[in-house]
Design a protein around this ligand. Structure first.
Ligand SMILES: N[C@@H](CCC(=O)N[C@@H](CS)C(=O)NCC(=O)O)C(=O)O
Length: 210
């Protein structure tokens, strides 16, 4: 059965390219899995949406009878049993990194991003920035001179990290972290990233036209 990815029917233009359905699209492209897209209203959270995602957020997927929310859970579900989440100890390490990125890095990114882009409060963004920088530095240190977070090949943990690094990178926060910047650049140059981004952007273009 074809997987269905659910995202919003519309988001403001500044969010194009960054809605978290993108990380799911990228994973699906990496895995060569066909999928279709449907939408829920962004303006008003419907009961049907809330029954699938208690916080009224996206992304969600459905795969047969299974409906899943939380981007990290979806990435791990899709990657399970593939090279993106190998079996055994390395699989456990991928799980560790996905949880760590969502729990120990993304909240600091969100605090900074909310202030900077949603509230447009430069003082609050400046206050949040040092902690985000510290987390990014800590991730760079943990990565060291290795190509990948886990083992000797690309996993869904790398995909998630490279995806999370895009906005900080575009705003100069990787300028003093050259190893992390090079890592992110190498990973986002993967062909699956470009395919996913093209479809993601087309979705918002169609949504704006509709
Ligand atoms: N932890 C959630 C966060 C999801 C999230 O924040 N989604 C955003 C879009 S990228 C959203 O739905 N925002 C609207 C809202 O929070 O009401 C996940 O990773 O899936």
């Amino acid at each position: 059965m074809t997987i269905t990815l659910t995202t919003f029917d519309w988001v403001p233009e500044f969010a194009h390219g960054y809605v978290r359905d993108f990380r799911i699209r990228w994973t699906l492209e990496e895995l060569g899995l066909p999928y279709q897209v449907d939408t829920v209203p962004g303006a008003e959270k419907t009961a049907q949406h809330l029954s699938r995602q208690p916080f009224g957020q996206v992304p969600m997927i459905s795969d047969g009878d299974l409906s899943l929310f939380e981007s990290g859970a979806i990435l791990l579900y899709l990657a399970e049993g593939t090279a993106l989440k190998p079996a055994g100890a390395d699989g456990a390490r991928v799980l560790q990194w996905v949880v760590a990125l969502l729990n120990s890095v993304e909240p600091y990114f969100m605090r900074w991003a909310d202030a900077k882009f949603f509230e447009e409060d430069e003082a609050a963004a400046a206050k949040a920035e040092p902690m985000l920088r510290q987390r990014l530095k800590q991730v760079e240190t943990a990565l060291g001179d290795r190509d990948w977070l886990v083992g000797d090949s690309f996993t869904v943990a790398d995909l998630l990290l490279a995806e999370m690094l895009r906005i900080p990178g575009e705003n100069g926060l990787l300028d003093d972290l050259p190893q992390l910047a090079a890592y992110a650049e190498r990973i986002t140059a993967r062909p699956a990233f470009a395919r996913a981004m093209q479809d993601h952007m087309q979705h918002w273009k169609d949504a704006a036209a509709a």
